[in-house]
Write a protein that binds this ligand. Structure first.
Ligand code: MG
Ligand code: MG
Length: 259
């Protein structure tokens, strides 16, 4: 577990802003009829125009700039010929790398008209992330983040994916510590100022069990019910987390159709 200097945190912030803006650029194009590969190309062009490089492409052999995961796909969907349809939800996870540091952020978008039940899954998953950020302060434990997310979403009958977790971030995409979305208050690593972490609840409407596709990447729910995923990067500080990435650009694009 490494603690970042203020200079390093500013470099992480630059990357976090690039991925935040990339998600907003992708958001402009999310509509029925668009292929997930088209979204991937838009993201890659945008990231390169910002002077960064895609953070996921080539990571352990991943072929895309984005992970694009629809409906019952939880995370790590590979961009391809899949065309978005009215009523889908789509998780877009984006990474970039610039000046030796990484950015990593995700948002789940409704495509066209989505049922209120599924919109609630998105809203509550996003809310659990924002609630977790409130406890990402020096002196608290990683388990406090985990418990806040788990208690909130399980209150709606949802379940928390166990196999995938949030993580530290720096000049590696995935650093220590793990940041699980389930766990006990007061357990786990004590957070210190300058720790930089990605908090990323992956929440299933049905059972917590997930399965991996034969492509070696795509994770989907075992019961094929929908799953939502939101991710932001924070620098732990003394009083209040410094949120490095933001959904503000996405919300500007979506306006009143924002979830
Ligand atoms: Mg991510
Ligand atoms: Mg991540």
């Amino acid at each position: 577990m490494t603690v970042k200097s203020d200079e390093e945190i500013e470099l992480l912030r630059e990357n976090a802003i690039i991925v935040s803006k990339t998600l907003a650029e992708v958001a402009k194009h999310i509509k029925p009829g668009v292929s997930t590969l088209t979204l991937d190309k838009i993201a890659e062009d945008f990231i390169r125009a910002e002077g960064a490089i895609p953070g996921f492409k080539g990571y352990r052999g991943f072929p895309g700039t984005l992970c694009v995961s629809t409906n019952e796909e939880v995370v790590h969907g590979i961009p391809g010929n899949r065309v978005l349809r009215n009523g889908d939800i789509v998780s877009i996870d984006c990474g970039c790398q610039k000046d030796g540091f990484y950015g990593d952020s995700a948002y789940t978008f409704p495509v066209g008209e989505v049922s209120e039940e599924v919109l609630n899954l998105l809203r509550r998953t996003k809310k659990s992330l924002l609630m977790a950020i409130d406890v990402a302060v020096a002196g608290r434990r990683v388990g406090d983040i985990s418990a806040v997310i788990q208690e909130y979403v399980e209150g709606f009958g949802y379940s928390v994916v166990r196999e995938l977790v949030g993580h530290g971030i720096g000049n590696q995409l995935h650093e220590k510590p793990d940041v699980p979305n389930y766990g006990r208050r007061g357990a786990g690593v004590k957070m210190v100022a300058g720790l930089t972490i990605c908090i990323e609840p992956m929440i299933n409407m049905g059972v917590k069990t997930v399965v991996q596709d034969a492509d070696g990447w795509t994770i989907r729910t075992a019961d094929r019910m929908p799953s939502a995923h939101f991710e932001l990067t924070v620098a732990v500080r003394k009083e209040k987390a410094d949120v490095l990435s933001t959904f503000r650009y996405i919300e500007e694009v979506l306006g009143s159709s924002s979830i």
